[in-house]
Each structure stands twice: as structure tokens, then as C-alpha cells.
Design a protein. Structure first.
Length: 308
């Protein structure tokens, strides 16, 4: 009579991981598209400041329409500060820093720096949600992050063991993203996930709109650059977060964040047809090793904190 009493309890976790993967796949196009939009030192397109602020302004307009169409309630008083911190991380920090850096590095190289993001997101998520990942979980996260950092150093083109200034900007961007993901994931547990990013964009709109206006490009911008701008505005800055924050809410920030370990290698795959960049055997080997840490880490226990 109680055959269904033991129905699978991991269905939300699994859905969360799949939604997280969908969000990561959308985000994986961000670096190649950003490279197209800002150009190179020898062939500049739009500025990094305009790309970051302009894409947020466009996404904010879409967000206002979406919030009105779905009759979204106003955030509670306690939600405004987390929304502001989410906005600071994913609307300002990450887009601005990556947009500036991407003019000076190739997408294949820059994408591997994203490999430190899962560990940073897991750390922020564990602190915010009172979760206690096991030692095995942290070992897998650290191993995956170490692999992608080693890959970045081996492919920095200079032969030394120092990260370039653009790499430091990208690492700072990862810290901003981790904070935005952590607070956004926390808000998604009590708000609709799609409403979280919409409100974060609306909060930033009084700054992003005039900022985009003041940094509007005056030179000739190619159609490809405008197309890349449209992608990062609609998908990277908006729709991707619908899936990502919902995945974090269902599967837990600490665990779902590890799906981001595949993002660098998806970005590389996209960079080949979009930018004509190349992937060698070492890239494939590192990719297989990093992806393996995702699946091993998924099996490791993540315990709730004493206050939960």
C-alpha cells in the first residue's frame, strides 16, 4: 500500500542540475560574443563600458515588461539589499570587468579562467545558506579549479608562471559573479527565479541607462558586433539567469555551482566557429579531467548547517 512512499527524493536536485547546465550553456557563449563585440586592440569595436552598461539597460527594459506581464509583486523590504548585491555582482562587476579584459585576450584563453567560478560560488553559497560541504566535495572542487588554472598558466603564451593583467581582471570578475550568484540563488528560494534577475536589472537601471547613453559608440560598429551585443543583452544578461537561478534554488547553490566547471570548455567549443580559434589535444585532455571532477563532486555529501 505504501509503494510510492519511497519515491525518489533527488528529483529536484536532478532538475536543478539540468537547469544549471542549461544556464551554463547559455553563459558559455558570453566570452566569445564579448570578444566579437569589443574587438581587438588592432580592430576595436564598442567599448567595454558600453557593452556592459548597454546590455544591462536593454535587459532591464525587457525585465520591466516581463515583471508587468507576470504581475510580479514588489520585493519585500528584506530583499532589497540582497537584490542590490546581486546587481553589483552580475549586472555591474562581472560584465564590466570581462568586457574590458576581453579586448586583450582570446576567448579560448579567457574561458579557462571561468574555471575558478564554481569554487568561488560554492564558497559564497555555503556561507550564505549555512551549508557544510564534505571534505570530498571541496577536494573535487579544488581539483577542478586547479586543473583549469594550470591550463591557463600553461597556455598564457609568455612562458612564465604569472597571470597577465587581463587574467587578473577576469579573476576579479569571477569573484563578482560568485557574489551575484550566491545572493541571487538565496533570493530564488523565496522569489520566482526569473523575477530575481529582473528586479536586479531594474534596480540597476537608473545607472545603466545613462551610463549606456554616455558611452554610446561613435565610430562604425560592425553588424557582427551589434549581433554579439544583442546576444549578451538578451541571453547572457537575462534569459540565462532564468534557468540558472532556478537551478540554484532547486539543487542548492553549493552543488549546482559545480556544473560551471564545464563552462570553460563549452566556451572554447563555441570560440572555434565564432572566432576561428583552435583547440589542441591538451585542451581536450584538461576538459575530460575537469568534467570528471563534476560528476565525482556531485556524489559527495553536502550537509545543512546547524541553523537550517
Amino acid at each position: 500500500m505504501n509503494v510510492k512512499a519511497s519515491a525518489p527524493t533527488h528529483a529536484p536536485d536532478t532538475r536543478g542540475l539540468w537547469l544549471g547546465l542549461l544556464g551554463v550553456t547559455i553563459f558559455a557563449m558570453t566570452l566569445p560574443m564579448t570578444r566579437i563585440a569589443v574587438g581587438t586592440p588592432g580592430g576595436p569595436q564598442m567599448s567595454g563600458a558600453f557593452l556592459a552598461l548597454g546590455r544591462a539597460a536593454v535587459a532591464a527594459v525587457l525585465s520591466m515588461a516581463f515583471l508587468a506581464a507576470t504581475r510580479a509583486p514588489w520585493p519585500l523590504r528584506r530583499d532589497w539589499l540582497p537584490l542590490a548585491l546581486t546587481s553589483a555582482g552580475v549586472v555591474f562587476g562581472f560584465p564590466l570587468l570581462t568586457s574590458i579584459a576581453m579586448r586583450h585576450v582570446e576567448a579560448v584563453h579567457a574561458s579557462v579562467i571561468v574555471g575558478v567560478l564554481p569554487l568561488a560560488t560554492a564558497a559564497v553559497g555555503a556561507w550564505l545558506h549555512g551549508q557544510r560541504p564534505s571534505g570530498g566535495f571541496w577536494a573535487c572542487a579544488a581539483a577542478g579549479s586547479a586543473l583549469v588554472i594550470a591550463f591557463a598558466l600553461l597556455h598564457n603564451g609568455s612562458g612564465d608562471v604569472l597571470l597577465a593583467p587581463a587574467d587578473l581582471l577576469l579573476l576579479a570578475a569571477m569573484g563578482c559573479a560568485a557574489v551575484g550568484y550566491g545572493y541571487g540563488g538565496q533570493l530564488s528560494q523565496r522569489m520566482r527565479a526569473d523575477h530575481v534577475i529582473c528586479w536586479a536589472l531594474v534596480v540597476a537601471f537608473p545607472l545603466t541607462l545613462p551610463g549606456a547613453w554616455m558611452t554610446w559608440p561613435t565610430g562604425g560598429i560592425s553588424p557582427a558586433a551589434w549581433g554579439a551585443f544583442a546576444y549578451v543583452a538578451v541571453f547572457s544578461m537575462w534569459l540565462g539567469f532564468f534557468a540558472w537561478y532556478r537551478g540554484l534554488a532547486l539543487g542548492g547553490t553549493v552543488r549546482v555551482s559545480q556544473v560551471q566547471l564545464v563552462q570553460p570548455f563549452l566556451s572554447m567549443l563555441f570560440a572555434v566557429p565564432l572566432l576561428g580559434e583552435r583547440i589542441d589535444a591538451a585542451t581536450i585532455a584538461f576538459g575530460v579531467a575537469v568534467i570528471a571532477t563534476v560528476f565525482v563532486g556531485k556524489k559527495m555529501p553536502v550537509r545543512a548547517g546547524a541553523g537550517n
